[in-house]
Design a protein around this ligand. Structure first.
Ligand code: UT7
Length: 330
């Protein structure tokens, strides 16, 4: 059996910062409310000339350099995003040419769970020996879709990208995976207009239907239920238990979600990775960004067990258990 292992990792954050003080000038909010209700202090905004593919290219360059592979070694590019540059061509296609790659490239769209779904796609392709080396990217510029007059959503999101290079290996690597979707919860978190259901018209634009709409309380309840469930299922599929987890790397949406999940799963808080204060909710980028943070500060050791866990619109969720096989950070 061929396994899949992460051999390179990289990330990118745009330079422009948006602090809570900046948001206080835009909407009726306060630094104190945002910090205590979400844990977010600042987030990054893609520059006006930066699209999602630009963020993806920068993160992927770092991951490819970290892996030490040649561009021609990459057999497949899978890019998770829900803020594509265009409806088509795919953001993966634009990223592929930007990186000078020749391999097939495809977008995976599962909102904030997109990176987890993309990693599953890469793993399955490697395990079935249809590819040896796969570039997996999570990239989003969701601030492009946020209404900066809506205080319930505009304080939450930030832009960024993270990437990993996954390669065939004799040992895992990627272990158990659990994925789920429940489309009956589609209305809980949605960008209603701009697709084939509700094409953008002046009337719909005036109603703001092209912006993120969210029932925050429902998403919160969903997240704190589903993260422990999917984590336990992926661990069971790996023959492991919660006590075996070195690092829980959840989607970064709200510090209170992370705290509640730590308690429900019985994982010590210091084992739950949190980067939310400085980047906010970066959607598909959040898990690889958090993983890269762990890696670059030198907190990952070969043999560590990582539980990467996502949830988001769809509703979607999923967990991937990874045994870390790489040496210390570059
Ligand atoms: O990737 C997945 C994406 N989303 C999520 O994971 C979101 C999950 N949900 C959450 O993180 C939280 O539900 C929020 C942070 C969105 C909201 O926190 P909450 O504690 O659930 O607040 P709430 O929606 O119950 O609102 C409490 C109050 C309301 O005022 P009233 O009705 O009690 O007078 C809101 O209008 O807080 C008000 N409020 C704000 N006040 C100041 C909502 N947003 C803000 C704000 N600043 N930015």
């Amino acid at each position: 059996m061929s396994y899949a292992a992460i051999i390179g990792i990289g990330s990118y954050l745009p330079e422009r910062r948006l602090t809570n003080a900046d948001l206080e000038r835009l909407v009726d909010t306060s630094d104190e409310w945002i910090l205590t209700r979400t844990g977010i202090a600042e987030r990054r905004l893609a520059g006006e000339d930066e699209a999602t593919s630009d963020l993806a290219i920068a993160a992927a360059r770092a991951a490819i350099a970290d892996a030490g592979v040649a561009p021609e070694d990459i057999d497949l590019l899978v890019l998770g995003t829900s803020s594509p540059d265009h409806v088509f061509p795919s953001t993966a296609a634009l990223t592929q040419t930007g990186l000078g790659l020749r391999c097939p490239a495809v977008d995976v769209m599962a909102a904030c769970t997109s990176f987890i779904y993309a990693l599953q796609h890469a793993t399955a392709t490697i395990e079935s020996r249809r590819a040896r080396t796969v570039l997996v990217i999570g990239a989003d510029a969701l601030t492009r879709h946020v209404d900066f007059t809506d205080r319930r959503t505009c304080v939450l999101f930030g832009d960024g990208a993270g990437a990993v290079v996954v390669q065939a290996s004799d040992e895992p690597g990627v272990m158990g995976i659990d994925l789920g979707t429940d489309g009956s919860g589609a209305d809980v978190l949605t960008i209603p207009a701009g697709g084939s259901a509700l094409p953008c018209t002046p009337d719909r634009l005036a109603q703001g239907l092209h912006h993120v709409r969210m029932n925050g309380a429902e998403v919160f309840k969903f997240a704190v239920r589903v993260i422990p469930e999917t984590t336990r299922r992926a661990l069971a599929a790996s023959g492991l238990g919660v006590d075996d987890v070195t690092w829980l790397v959840p989607h970064q949406a709200n510090q209170r979600i992370l705290d509640t999940v730590a308690e429900r799963l019985g994982v010590p808080r210091e084992r739950v990775v949190s980067t939310i204060a400085n980047v906010g909710n970066t959607s598909a980028a959040s898990i690889p960004l958090a993983l890269d943070d762990l890696y670059t500060v030198g907190n990952l050791r070969p043999g560590d067990v990582l539980a990467l866990v996502g949830f988001g619109a769809g509703l979607t969720w999923g967990a991937v258990i990874v045994r870390w096989t790489k040496g210390p950070a570059r």
